[in-house]
Write a protein that binds this ligand. Structure first.
Ligand SMILES: NC(=O)C1=CN([C@@H]2O[C@H](COP(=O)(O)OP(=O)(O)OC[C@H]3O[C@@H](n4cnc5c(N)ncnc54)[C@H](O)[C@@H]3O)[C@@H](O)[C@H]2O)C=CC1
Ligand SMILES: O=C(CO)COP(=O)(O)O
Length: 321
């Protein structure tokens, strides 16, 4: 089955490499014609995925219409760009199996990837691929387990089969809400974990933060219709552990810089920054308590200092676990 990957950043390139290595024919779309031409001739994406060669079965193009002819399309662009991309290229994309790979909530609409896909492309089959997986690990062929969520379970099963490889193991669910909220919310908690470590508060504080962050993730996700077991799976708990404990995570590193009072490269994709604000808005509307997400949103906007954020969290009333 031919696969198209839209977005030639770290994750899109890594997925293209992993699938092509198994003999799949993969079209990779880069919106910038110069970048597409460079990737096609140099066979490397040194900026986003250094040191990894593109297999011969990956063809790179800046023409979305040709890549969009594939049976399965993976959308590997940042969350805040996804709605615009789908609307701009609706004619080429509607009616296809569109698998969102972004981990976030759209700040303008409060929606996650599958809802954004469904609204922009009503005839598409929306799905999401998420779970603990650094692009660099996938590209190196290291073993990785992911969650593929599709509301139509029969289509989900087809996609699971088409996108699994011996080292890329996809588990399947029909709980798209849980899968996308797990991936989005863990990025917010990963920023907070980075802040804790950057500010020198220690491993015990990070463990406490992760645990209370997980409680917060569940609170919002269950209120929005997610299943608890999805949040306890790869897309929630699994990815929370990965991103809160690894310096490979950009969200963690961004938080670490905040905690240390250091600058951070603004061109780096940090999904949890906008998503913290989107989450705070969603939670506020529903009267759900999300103290960690609120703090991360305030820190990102520089409305509060790290010291104030920590003392506010520690001063909350004592309560039952
Ligand atoms: N890098 C990783 O390890 C993983 C990333 N993800 C998710 O994948 C998504 C993308 O992340 P990365 O690839 O890592 O980011 P990245 O920053 O490496 O690449 C993003 C790419 O999207 C392109 N892009 C941005 N707006 C676009 C638009 N409107 N049209 C076309 N292309 C556009 C950029 O040019 C860039 O090539 C994020 O939501 C991230 O959370 C998920 C799992 C792992
Ligand atoms: O989602 C990821 C790993 O599962 C990648 O995390 P970062 O976006 O924080 O680098």
């Amino acid at each position: 089955m031919k696969i198209g990957v839209l977005g030639a950043g770290a994750f899109g390139t890594a997925l293209a490499v992993a699938l092509a290595r198994e003999g799949q024919e993969v079209g990779l779309w880069a919106r910038d014609p110069d970048q597409a031409a460079r990737l096609q001739t140099e066979r490397r994406n040194e900026r986003r995925l250094p040191g990894v060669d593109l297999p011969e079965t990956v063809s790179v193009s800046a023409e979305i219409a040709s890549v969009a002819q594939a049976e399965i399309l993976l959308l590997a662009v940042p969350m805040q760009q996804m709605a615009g991309l789908l609307i701009q290229h609706r004619a080429a994309l509607d009616g296809r199996a569109l698998i969102g790979c972004a981990k976030g909530i759209d700040l303008a609409s409060g929606r996650g990837p599958t809802q954004i896909i469904g609204e922009a492309c009503p005839k598409a089959v929306p799905a999401i691929l998420t779970g603990p997986s650094f692009a660099a690990d996938i590209a190196r062929g290291l073993p990785t387990a992911l969650t593929l969520a599709c509301g139509d379970d029969a289509r989900g099963e087809e996609l699971q089969g088409a996108l699994s490889t011996p080292v890329l193991r996809l588990y399947r669910t029909s709980d798209t809400v849980g899968a996308e909220l797990g991936g989005a919310l863990k990025n917010v908690v990963a920023i907070a974990a980075g802040v804790v470590m950057g500010a020198g508060l220690g491993d015990s504080a990070r463990a406490a933060l992760m645990t209370r962050g997980f409680a917060e993730m569940n609170r919002l996700a269950l209120a929005l219709g997610a299943r608890a077991e999805t949040l306890s799976g790869l897309s929630g708990f699994g990815d929370l552990v990965l991103t809160c404990t690894s310096t490979q995570s950009r969200n963690f590193r961004f938080g670490h810089a905040l905690g240390k009072g250091e600058a951070f490269d603004p061109s780096t994709t940090v999904e949890g920054a906008a998503t913290a604000k989107a989450v705070s808005q969603l939670a506020k509307k529903r009267g759900i308590d999300m103290p960690i997400a609120n703090m991360v949103g305030a820190l990102v906007d520089r409305n509060i200092t790290v010291a104030e954020a920590v003392s506010t969290l520690l001063a909350r009333p004592l309560r039952k676990e």
